[in-house]
Design a protein around this ligand. Sequence first.
Ligand code: UD1
Ligand code: CA
Length: 466
Amino acid sequence: MTGNCAVILAAGEGTRMKSKKPKVLAEVLFKPMIDWVIESAKACGMEEENICVVTGHGKELLTAHLPQGVRTVEQTERLGTGHAVMQAREFLRSHGSANVLILGGDAPFMDGETVACALQYHTRANSAATVISADVSEPTGYGRILRDKNGDFSGIVEEKDANDAQKQIREVNSGAYWFNIQALLIALEQMETNAKYRLNAAKEYYLTDAIEILRSMGQRVSTFNSKSPDVVLGANDRDQLAQLNEIARLQVIRRHRLAGVSIPFDTGVVIGTDVQIGRDAEILQGTILKGKTVIGEDAVIGPNAVLENCTVGEGACVVQTFGTDVTVGANTQVGPFARLRPGTQIGADVRVGNFVEVKNSTVGDGTKISHLSYIGDTDVGQNVNVGSGCATVNFTGKEKFRTTIGDHAFIGCDTSLVAPVRVGARAYTGAGSTITEDVPDDALALGRARQVIKKDWVKVKNPYRK
Ligand code: UD1
Ligand code: CA
């Protein structure tokens, strides 16, 4: 498949999204639509430099978002899908006589498998062009596929140009095509020079006319009918975007269920496309798993956990927790109400309890931080016990410093560890201590005022008590 390339049309504004961002950056399952489309192109073996995105509205935002290798061309005026492809002519010429995949940047469900199968079909049939079509129940708005009495493909008519009989047709143009590059270049040339190709209702250059031109030249043009009607779906406003999200959400949940993940109730469960979940793991209501999150076998996540780019070990339990860029070891229990911030690595058999925040820290196996503590920029050893209400004082207001807590140390309740500071292995800190100096191994450190008893103080001095 080497030599093939893709052109992704993404210059449209998407006015009805009412967004500052270009439409193709609108997200389906937390992933901009353009990323879905780029992945489909890559799924048929294309490198980033063989992918060209036609930008226009919101060009800066879009270009900044695209992967480095992806090429871009700008369409300064929106004169139609045919005109958009014309902007990529130089890119097309540099790919010689291979095939080009044309994709709409706003149709995220045009998947890699469908375009790969369409390419196979296109190559075997030795076609100049192959249109990917689908049979849909709601064809309104799409170009309709016309067929002659024998059922052979005979053209595409746009909604705006269709008569009533044609509007009844349910087979529609997905907006994705494979073209032989040389054939496409010739068709674009004709489209540009022959004024009749702009006499349509939209007064635009229709890419669909390239199909018409090739047919009239006697070239072979085929259709590839996709099994799934979803491949044509796009979103013009946020209501339609929500519908795409729901379709994708249920698809991902179904895939995990069939792979052995337990999701007994899917209410509020949203799982990104790249998340991996082991067998017999259980995902409970209100849980959102994003990015490159990996959940081990038998883990229980939720209810109401939000994890992004997290790795959770086997048998771990993460309840009502926010976690970003962290790893949690096997059989560790987190939450409810914990916050795990980036750069945190928590070992196995750990307990991170309610109202605990851990940031940019390592926590060794078997350690317990059960209640109401802040652990930041800290290396906590194994089998440490951190009492309730402890804080690492990691920030001077200007600089951050690290804290080290040795294995088997016991940090008394309400200890403040003022960094940089080290508590040795097996050492204790007394409850309520403010620890500013290193504590040697096996020592007890007390850093608090000695208690004073004033006998009968209430009876003698307190004017409010009789
Ligand atoms: C197009 C097809 C239609 C098909 C439908 C599928 C044509 C003439 N019609 O219609 O047959 O059923 O897609 O969704 O091609 N774009 C540009 N520059 C432009 C115009 C469009 O980059 O000047 C981009 C848009 O940003 C979008 C894609 O091309 O990503 C499709 O454009 P859109 O206007 O949505 O095409 P449709 O009219 O829906
Ligand atoms: Ca469209």
